[in-house]
Design a protein around this ligand. Structure first.
Ligand code: BES
Ligand code: MN
Ligand code: ZN
Length: 499
């Protein structure tokens, strides 16, 4: 996909397709007005006749208009001018891309104006166009046996309108957006794979492939014996019932000098979560193949960082396991010892994510990290709290939390900062071990974070609960690639490489 900036007047652009937007009540934004002039008032006439809809996201295709070079014009409704915000802009651009893909045009010139009220500077404009384009082109990596649909014809997108002053930033944004999209696509593909394909060993192979593709990434895989040597008793308790051997994946991205403290990303890699002996209800259990989306987002973020050659050191840690019931499986009431030495009473084997993460977070300590961020499809309670729009964010460091929420806002991949105080940790008391792995239903997303918090003392740490945001259900069932955009933005800023 070639992504370039667009400055030329729309009527002169040599692209197969041009797109403009129109507001409610026949109001034309500047670039549509200029094009309309070149077309001899054709758009105004069609509007007056009621032949063009300005409903947000509705598109209409006009062809062979006299006065412009392109043979196709897609007019997209933008809704009311005063409520035209970033969300609306994204919706309009996505609608245009879908319409253009149907026409099988090979090139598109995007001419939807951006009013100042959008709060979208040229750099983020470029990033958004790149991300939206790649996501419009994304096809689920299905295992259907029929003929594959024809690949998309669209090969060039010219992003505009832009002024001369904005071109350099927008170009940078387009390049960064493509790198982020590459990371998102990897995360989506891994999430969409079924649990019988995407096993802990498969994730390890994927990590190794990243290490082969990018010389800046070194990969180390710990097998079961090595995991035992690390005394990761909590992780091992989760994998005990599974026939799939566990893997502990370490990726080290070197973009800065050796001594620079790294950012450590820890991703939950449960390749399938049956709940174990605390077996889950069958409804929608298939979606627990997505329980490795935290791991996938770590691989995606590292891929983006390596692609952008970010001057930063980053470590990715992925505890990869399958959570199954069975004769050797861990039982409610069993007590195990974590790598950090704390004993844990496992009251519910379905609260397994925190068990693999606590051993990985302890492993992070050896890097003396500048910051640790874990990413996990950790709790159904987080979905109850925030739905599918915001990722849950909990942290022991308000500055780090702010950095991450800001990154999410800029990247349109938002997270909501939730409280995390000692009150919640008290709910984890056990009569038999240092702590229990569950604390009842109330505040479930936060008590899960409080459990992790016991293992991150002395480190700047944040936890992203992506249970509601990593994939979509129903007819649109697919991985979303979130929160790769948030993570990439966070890393880009940390490296001083923003727009
Ligand atoms: N992977 C699940 C969380 C989950 C559930 C994510 C549904 C997305 C949709 C996690 O391992 C889990 O089972 N959590 C339990 C914790 C409980 C036993 C304290 C949950 O949320 O029910
Ligand atoms: Mn579970
Ligand atoms: Zn789980």
């Amino acid at each position: 996909m070639r992504l370039e900036t667009l400055q030329a007047p729309l009527e002169t652009v040599r692209a197969e397709c041009v797109a403009v937007g129109i507001y409610d009540a026949g109001e034309l934004p500047p670039s549509a007005r200029a094009l309309d002039k070149a077309l001899g008032g054709r758009l105004k006439t069609l509007l007056a006749r009621g032949d063009l809809s300005s409903r947000l996201g509705e598109t209409q295709l006009l062809v062979d208009l006299a006065g412009m070079k392109a043979t196709r014009l897609v007019v997209v409704g933008l809704g009311a001018a005063r409520s035209f915000d970033r969300r609306a802009w994204r919706k309009a651009v996505a609608a245009v891309l879908a319409a253009v893909l149907r026409t099988r045009s090979t090139s598109l010139a995007l001419g939807i104006d951006r009013p100042a009220s959008l709060h979208l500077d040229d750099y983020y404009f470029g990033r958004a166009v790149a991300e939206l384009t790649h996501s419009a082109l994304y096809r689920i990596n299905d295992l259907k046996s029929g003929r594959k649909p024809r690949p998309a014809a669209l090969a060039t997108v010219l992003a505009g309108p832009l002024t001369e002053a904005g071109v350099a930033s927008a170009r940078r944004g387009l390049a960064h957006g493509s790198a982020v999209a590459g990371g998102m696509n990897l995360a989506r593909d891994l999430g969409n794979l079924p649990g019988n394909v995407c096993t802990p060993r498969y994730l390890a192979t994927q990590a190794k492939e990243l290490g082969q593709k990018y010389r800046s990434i070194k990969v180390k895989i710990l097998d079961e014996a090595a995991i035992k040597r690390q005394k990761m008793g909590c992780l091992l308790s989760v994998t005990a019932g599974s026939a799939q051997p566990p893997r502990f994946i370490v990726l080290e991205y070197r973009g800065a000098k050796a001594g620079a403290a790294p950012v450590v990303l820890v991703g939950k890699g449960v390749t399938f979560d049956t709940g174990g002996i605390s077996l889950k209800d069958p409804s929608a259990m298939d979606e627990m193949k997505y329980d490795m989306c935290g791991a996938a987002s770590v691989l995606g973020a590292l891929k983006s960082a390596a692609e952008l050659k970010l001057p930063l050191n980053i470590v990715g840690l992925i505890p990869a396991v399958e959570n199954m019931p069975g004769g050797r499986a861990t039982k409610p009431g069993d007590i195990v010892t974590s790598a950090a030495g704390l004993s844990v009473e496992i009251l519910n084997t379905d609260a397994e994510g925190r068990l693999i993460l606590c051993d990985a977070l302890d492993y992070a300590r050896r890097y003396k990290p500048a910051a640790v961020v874990d990413i996990a499809t950790l709790t159904g309670a987080c979905v109850i709290a925030l739905g599918h729009h915001f990722t849950g964010l909990m942290s022991n460091d308000d500055h780090l939390a702010r950095e991450l929420t800001d990154a999410g806002n800029r990247a349109d991949d938002r997270a909501w900062h939730m409280p995390l105080t000692e009150d919640y940790a008290e709910q984890l008391k056990s009569n038999f071990a240092d702590m229990a792995n569950v604390a009842g239903r109330d505040g479930g997303a936060i008590t899960a974070a409080a459990f992790l918090g016991k293992f991150t003392q002395g480190m700047k740490w944040a936890h992203l609960d992506i249970a509601g945001t990593a994939w979509l259900s129903g007819a649109q069932k697919s991985g979303t690639g979130r929160p790769v955009p948030l993570l990439a933005d966070f890393l880009i800023r940390r490296s001083g490489h923003g727009g």
